[in-house]
Design a protein around this ligand. Sequence first.
Ligand SMILES: [Zn+2]
Length: 111
Amino acid sequence: MSMFKKTCFSCGAKVDKLYEGICEDCVKEQYPPIYEIKPMNLKICNVTKTICYNNYYQEFDEIKKILPDIAKKHVVLNPQYELVSLHVEDIEIVGNKLGFDLNVECKLKNE
Ligand SMILES: [Zn+2]
């Protein structure tokens, strides 16, 4: 950490590091870290309440455990960023779909 803070030209925040004159938050706003989240194709069998992934049926509890790994493979990041953490929350079966919140944290790669 530097004792001299720099001022972001865009929002005025005082930060340690600027990226071409703007702070990391402003970079994230201008260049969103996530390009897209590819469809995960998780299908639910309404009879057995098992979940089909890669043509293989698994119990809901099993899917809950591996969902972060599945999600990681389907999140396409802007190459300027690296993944810090990925959490899957509030997993539930809604009709014949799996509902969940994806919480992705990324940071700019250090050049
Ligand atoms: Zn800023």
